[in-house]
Design a protein around this ligand. Structure first.
Ligand code: FAD
Ligand code: SIN
Length: 565
């Protein structure tokens, strides 16, 4: 037994809390799905055709990032479009790090997956011609985004939730928090350690396969578009279990969140720019025209970084979005939720310039999975924002996220149909003092720890980084990790996971000495394919390592020169 006088720290322990499954309430199913956004609901619906499935989620079913998705879901379904063009745009935006085989699978399966989504009851807006209406967003060279007004995510969430409830045979556990992934003596995933938040008790959910669909980690930053559930729990739990994680240094900042005291920041969808809205600087000039051929619809990393530069030049905390020329009746009917959100903050979209600024929006990296969603731990799968599938490379193409969750969860369900074998019920699992985080002498309350974390990520791990800043952040995060004593309090567990994910992303950002996609280093300003065309991979038991890509560099590497009027 290890020396319990030196118990593991938050950043080295296998489990957050001690447990003995023989003393816990145990639930069993073939497949346990964790998370109720597009990835979790799709996995549960499809896997339930062959297996007993249970689904757990830490809040109520609709408390997801998916609910807030505005712009829509990408798919090459238009007449002028093709999966080759969708592939090309995804590769360009991904800046040399996409896995072309994965991109090809996702873009070619998009049409069938979108049909199935409509089969579950999602209604997309129609064009006057009767076909589905397609919008344009950043990085897409033509209109390709299916949408339900400006509340596409809510439409998807509602339809999939109704389908799940109608099936009636998938037990749903709300207010259940995944604490840790359980593994047996052979290292195989056998279920999850879960906190029943209502009863305040731990329980075990045993399964032959676990699908993590826990979303992202935007709450690691104070300025974020992500709701409160986005605390990186799935990445942290998988990492503690020994899974490989990668690409966490790539944090996508959305260019146009409303610059307002709301938390999370209200998003003003890129689809508005797709319909012709402009970005203006403090001299009322369109500054993106000289920066990129796609102007305001350049890839997000390009637009967000330029906004940051303009804000510094102008000495302001925002730039302006100008949609006035689109007219009140059009704006009200095409963007009703954004109209309302702006009005609640005191802005009239048809008369006022809207103050916008970048906000942390999307976790590009996550748990490493293969093309069928298998993680490096046997029996553990991941889909959606929690996963690093290889689709996004160093930067995600707009509206490819909902698509990724949809396609990968279908692929996981197909893989499970061949892979799940009757397994022996694991003997009781026990985590004692040598495996769990030890008590701390300098206990920090979670709200104070999160405020300190936000200071560090905001100052040093944001859109532009340096070695010195990252080293400071890393030291500060280590100190925060030492001050947290895990307990069955939800805020403490979430703080522990946010600190863990922030530590991993900071380490990744320190290792990657170049600028590419969403990772920008002031001390290494250029993209460096010779040394950094590959992934920084991490797992709990080893120092970070670099996995170079062996496939030839992808083409194309820049967008066709399609400008805007
Ligand atoms: P989520 O939808 O975030 O669901 C995660 C689920 O896991 C939730 O149910 C959560 O409660 C649960 N969970 C988390 N931790 C635990 C735990 N410890 N225990 C139990 N349950 C847990 N993408 C697009 O493609 N198009 C868009 O138009 C778009 N617009 C966006 C607008 C906004 C404002 C935001 C924030 C994001 C947007 N995105 C968009 C990104 C996209 O919404 C997300 O990447 C996507 O919805 C993620 O889906 P998911 O199923 O992986 O995770
Ligand atoms: C948006 O509507 O601008 C968000 C789209 C996305 O995150 O893909």
């Amino acid at each position: 037994m290890a020396d319990v006088l030196n118990p593991p720290s938050l950043l080295s322990a296998r489990y957050l809390l001690a447990f003995d499954t023989s003393r816990l309430t145990v639930h069993e199913s073939d497949v346990l799905v964790v998370g109720s956004g597009i990835a979790g609901l799709t996995a549960a619906l499809h896997a339930s055709q062959d297996f007993s499935v249970s689904l757990l989620t830490k809040g109520e079913l609709a408390e997801t990032n998916t609910w807030y998705a505005q712009g829509g879901i990408a798919g090459a379904v238009g007449e002028a479009d093709s999966s080759e063009l969708h592939l090309a745009d995804t590769l360009v935006v991904g800046q040399g790090l996409c896995d072309e085989r994965v991109v090809r699978a996702v873009v070619t399966e998009a049409a069938a997956a979108l049909d199935a989504l409509q089969g579950f009851g999602v209604r997309f807006d129609l064009a006057d011609s009767g076909g589905v209406a397609l919008a344009r967003e950043g990085g897409h060279t033509l209109p390709r985004v299916l949408h339900s007004g400006d509340k596409t995510g809510a439409a998807i969430q509602q339809a999939l939730t109704s389908a799940l409830i109608d099936r009636g045979r998938i037990p749903v556990f709300e207010h259940r928090f995944l604490v840790d992934v359980l593994t047996g003596p052979d290292g195989r995933c056998v279920g999850a350690l879960v906190l029943d938040q209502i009863a305040g008790r731990l329980e075990a959910h045993l399964a032959r396969a676990v699908v993590l669909a826990t979303g992202g980690s935007g709450q690691a930053f104070s300025v974020t578009t992500n709701p409160l559930i986005a605390t990186g729990d799935g990445v942290a739990a998988a990492w503690r279990a020994g899974a490989h994680v990668t690409d966490l240094e790539f944090v996508q900042f959305h260019p146009t969140a409303l610059d307002h005291a709301s938390a999370p920041r209200f998003l003003v969808s890129e689809a508005l720019r797709g319909e012709g809205a402009y970005l203006l600087d403090c001299d009322m000039q369109r500054f993106m025209i000289d920066i990129h051929p796609l102007a305001e619809l350049a890839p997000r990393d390009v637009v967000s970084r330029e906004i940051e530069r303009v804000m510094a030049r102008c000495g302001r905390s925002n730039v302006w979005l100008d949609a006035r020329h689109l007219g009140e009746s059009y704006l009200r009917s095409r963007f009703p939720a954004i109209w309302k959100g702006c009005a609640e903050a005191g802005y009239d979209l048809s008369r006022d310039l809207i103050p916008v600024a970048p906000a942390a929006h999307y976790q590009v990296g996550g748990v490493v999975v293969d093309i069928d969603g298998r993680s490096s731990i046997s029996g553990l799968y991941a889909s959606g924002e929690v996963a690093a599938t290889g689709l996004h490379g160093a930067n995600r193409l707009a509206s490819n996220s909902l698509l990724e969750g949809l396609v990968f969860s279908r692929r996981i369900a197909r893989a499970l149909a061949h892979e799940i074998t009757p397994a022996q019920k694991p003997a009781a699992l026990v985590a004692d003092a040598d495996m769990v985080v030890g008590p701390s002498d300098i206990t920090t309350d979670p709200a104070t720890a999160i405020a300190a974390l936000h200071d560090l990520t905001g100052s040093y791990v944001g859109m532009t980084r340096t070695a010195e800043g990252l080293a400071r952040a890393s030291d500060g995060i280590d100190q925060l990790a030492r001050g947290l004593s895990p307990s069955t309090s939800l805020p403490v567990l979430e703080a522990a996971n946010l600190i863990t994910v922030a530590s991993l992303l900071t380490r990744g950002a320190l290792v990657r000495e170049e600028s590419r996609g969403c990772h920008s280093r002031l001390d290494f300003e250029d993209r460096d394919d010779e040394h950094w065309r590959g992934h920084v991979v991490m797992c709990r038991e080893r120092a970070p390592w670099f996995e170079p890509l062996t496939a030839a560099p992808q083409t194309p590497d820049s967008q066709p020169d399609i400008g805007r009027d």
